[in-house]
Design a protein around this ligand. Sequence first.
Ligand code: FAD
Length: 397
Amino acid sequence: MNLTQKWDVIIIGAGAAGLMCAATVGYQGLAVLVIDHAPKAAAKIRISGGGKCNFTNLDVTAKNFICQNPHFVKSALSRYPSSAFIEMVERHGLHYEQRELGKLFCKQGASDLIQILRAECTWAQVTFSLKTEVNKVQAVAGGFQVDTSVGALSCSKLVIATGALSFPKLKASGFGYAIAEQFGLKVLPTRPGLVPLNFEGKWHERIAELSGLSLDVAVSVGGKCFHEAMLFTHQGLSGPSILQASNYWREGEPIQINLLPNSNVLDDLKQLRKQASSLNRWLGQFWPKRFMQFWLTLYPAPEDIANASDETLEAYARQLTEWSLYPSETAGYDKAEVTLGGVDTDEVSSKTLEAKKQHGLYFIGEVLDVTGQLGGYNFQWAWASGVACGTAIASSG
Ligand SMILES: Cc1cc2nc3c(=O)[nH]c(=O)nc-3n(C[C@H](O)[C@H](O)[C@H](O)COP(=O)(O)OP(=O)(O)OC[C@H]3O[C@@H](n4cnc5c(N)ncnc54)[C@H](O)[C@@H]3O)c2cc1C
């Protein structure tokens, strides 16, 4: 394949954002080349959502995102809402299902969605160069020169869609940050997000003993509260509530766990006192036996509940609803679904995603300082930013 023509657009990164942008631009009749160093496009889509890809959410607002500028995502998301993506996948006949909290998943497998994106790119006449390393990018008269392992390529517009640092085994890289810095754009410090939390010492041992157990809890951290499942693992805590909380947790801080989020615990304890009923039996209706034993060993129930004081019941209720644990660290980028931080959104237009300091250079998807909560929001950002950028390029002439 001869790639040495001058391309209207080169997109580096054949992930969710890059593919969406490529199809959008290609449909407008522009010559688009997508480069990726991985052997296959869309690797993260394939493994996402446990292989079923939680590809969007029915209820997407700016509040579902973490970004230094909380307004930044509004423009792209409002012009390409989740309903637009749903309409597109329905047109292709995708079988999907709605799960809790408005999450939409592929019914059969994420590869169905990849096929749809591939079809869109084929119809839009997008050219791909996979297994292609990018060695150098430079601005030249009328655009950019991209030196790659398949030769020197040139384009009028260059889109960086290389994602972030999470899951390096899927060829994630900090390439986008390096390009941003090369062109004088600020990159905000990065951290693993949507990631399990690890523990050290005696808490590591205690939690590991419960490995495999899952509880319905509400986890609070940094003024946010997430009521979803929590999973005990050999290293620490995981499950949706913990992954969500990890986006807001900082080293040295505790997380607070409400172990009975569906009960009015103090009222229930007072009722038990009145009836002189067994607190253990009451707890047993909420928890598996293994957790009951663990909990009562660490935090024995008040003796003689029938005569317990208000203070005693209040203290025990707090223990059950504000269980404070101090994680030692996150499980790191190897286990993180996303990366917090990235290219400062002040450096790019929220409408076009073009860098303010470099005409013709665009940043889309996760490489930016935009992180969604768990629930399909990260893919919705990838689709919406890809479309916003593609539309802007196509209309820029
Ligand atoms: C295990 C896991 C599960 C997830 N599940 C969900 C989910 O269910 N729902 C959800 O909304 N989000 C989920 N996410 C997050 C979601 O996958 C990402 O937010 C999304 O893929 C970001 O899209 P992107 O296009 O910006 O980057 P990516 O999809 O990461 O694509 C970036 C592309 O750039 C390429 N690239 C990187 N560096 C270079 C380089 N130097 N040269 C050339 N190419 C390069 C990569 O090979 C890759 O193909 C999950 C993530 C993980 C890791």
